[in-house]
Design a binder for this molecule. Structure first.
Ligand code: BG6
Length: 484
């Protein structure tokens, strides 16, 4: 960071969980690695009647609880000197003026500022508007950037309204919309894997790929977040952002350069090439017992699981289905992308009539056992013509032994501080994704909706999701972890 101005990170909603769990540990880690600017301050803004000391104490407790491996008393003591608390109400303009006064005193002149909206989404517009009133976007004295947490709207109309509220104050180049999946090392690695190697890209298309699967499974149920979740459901909570983002990374064309706009232009092209989804290509389901959860409406039809079959109507992917699935209360936590290749066009081996040769499969494991697997057929030694699938594996934990994969927030905060927006979603990306999700949700509220299936907690989802693939002669696969 070759900018000698001091930098201030201002966290709105600093008394919330995200600050203690993610933001402070990520900033501390960056500090310990020497990646924060030389002169920096972190100012928490929230309503609780805390002072600086109290904020520092709670922040330390958060680090000790959620990121204990990062905590070292000496480093913490130095880091904590840069932590400050400004008490204020998000909807009181006077409190922003007081904040501005406090910041000016702290910075003592020109400074860069990163505003982080870690509040509930209902406060995003009011905070942005109030920042506008104190000239918070003006870059005359240093850069100004706005990081916006999810959820970014809850449908296309609200996302558009939020984009316009933000654009009324900040220019798009100043806006960083978080999707923490993009900050995961292995999600970023999809691009390196595809575009820093020559051997995969030539076969990364409809001539060789049979289909693609994206699985983001979670073992946890909706738990304490039931109130929010019951309004959101799995399409808004996981598909609109994380699953569609993973899909764009797998399906996009190679950009000419790795700069934010070049990458995001290609992602938008993928999103806009997704064919409108037919209801028979969707599965919606709820785990048994969901409606008995506290803060879930009685008889709520909110899906906690969905599976989709999508088509990308472009030259590369025409005819290649993309199957996406995600849900809560499933058998395990795993995020994985499977690329299944076509079968050999002709089998010269003398195999039993009903023998189905296993296709080559490349799987990209996003989490938890980060890595890659490539399965291929081998001859079983000593046998006549018997074959078996073997797995060639790369695991981060072995290939990069001793290296701890940085948390997604660490990477994203660093990028925002460095002004690199490649891993943040642009306004048009968000809107395309919402348009797609809105159509599915509208279908699910219409007469043609597929029935709400039920699955047992701890299972792999409803039978209907298996049938979605079986009718195409395919099956879901999980190759990461212990699920071979
Ligand atoms: C969040 C969703 O965006 O992602 C949560 O709101 C979900 O419902 C979480 O649990 C999953 O993230 P990760 O990093 O644990 O896979």
């Amino acid at each position: 960071m070759n900018d000698d101005k001091p930098t201030t990170v201002i966290i709105f909603g600093a008394s919330g969980d995200l600050t203690r769990r993610k933001l402070i540990p990520a900033l501390l880690n960056l500090y310990c690695k020497g990646q924060l600017p030389n002169r920096f301050n972190i100012v928490g803004f929230a309503r609780r009647p805390w002072d600086h000391a109290e904020f520092r104490r709670l922040a330390r407790e958060g680090v000790q609880e959620y990121a204990s491996s990062v905590y070292q008393p000496a480093a913490w003591a130095r880091f904590a000197e840069a932590l400050w608390y400004a008490r204020g109400d998000l909807d009181r303009p006077d409190d922003y003026r007081a904040l501005e006064g406090f910041l000016a005193g702290l910075e003592g002149g020109d400074a860069n500022r990163l505003y982080y909206l870690a509040t509930g989404p209902e406060f995003f517009p009011v905070t942005v508007d109030a920042l506008g009133k104190i000239g918070g976007e003006c870059e005359d004295c240093g850069w100004r950037r706005l990081v916006v947490e999810k959820p970014f709207g809850n449908d296309l109309a609200s996302a558009r309204a939020l984009n316009s509220a933000i654009h009324a104050v900040f220019d798009e180049h100043q806006v960083y919309r978080i999707d923490h999946y993009l900050g995961k090392e292995t999600a970023q690695n999809i691009l390196f894997f595809r575009f820093a190697n020559t051997i995969f890209e030539p076969i990364w298309n409809r001539r060789y790929v049979d289909h693609v699967q994206v699985t983001v499974a979670e073992r946890v149920d909706v738990g304490r977040r039931a109130g929010y979740y019951d309004q959101a459901g799995v399409l808004r909570d996981m598909f609109q952002n994380h699953l569609l983002q993973l899909l764009t990374l797998v399906a996009m064309e190679p950009p000419a350069s790795f700069n934010a706009d070049a990458v995001r232009n290609e992602k938008v092209k993928v999103l806009s090439a997704i064919r409108p989804v037919e209801m028979h290509d969707t599965v919606r389901a709820q785990y048994r017992g969901y409606t008995e959860t506290e803060r879930v409406a009685p008889g709520s039809p909110t899906p906690t699981y969905a599976a989709l079959r999508l088509h990308i109507d472009n030259w590369r992917w025409r005819g290649v289905p993309f199957y996406l699935r995600s849900g809560k209360a499933l058998a395990t936590k795993v995020s994985e992308i499977v690329i299944q290749f076509q079968r050999p066009p002709h089998m010269m081996f003398n195999l039993p009539k009903d023998y189905r040769i296993t296709s080559n499969i490349l799987s990209l494991c996003i989490q938890p056992d980060e890595g890659m697997h490539l399965t291929f057929e081998t001859k079983v030694p000593g046998s006549g013509q018997e074959m078996r699938s073997m797995d060639m594996e790369f695991h981060y934990r072995e290939g990069f032994e001793g290296v701890v994969l940085p948390d997604a927030y660490e990477r994203l905060l660093l990028d925002a501080l460095n002004g690199d927006a490649s891993l943040f979603t642009r306004s048009d990306e968000i809107e395309h994704a919402w348009a797609l999700i809105d159509t599915i949700r509208a279908g699910w509220e219409s007469d043609g909706a597929p029935p709400l299936a039920v699955y047992e907690p701890g299972a792999w989802g409803p039978d209907e999701a298996d049938e979605l693939l079986e009718r195409d002669g395919r099956t879901w696969r999980v190759t990461c972890g212990d699920h071979h």
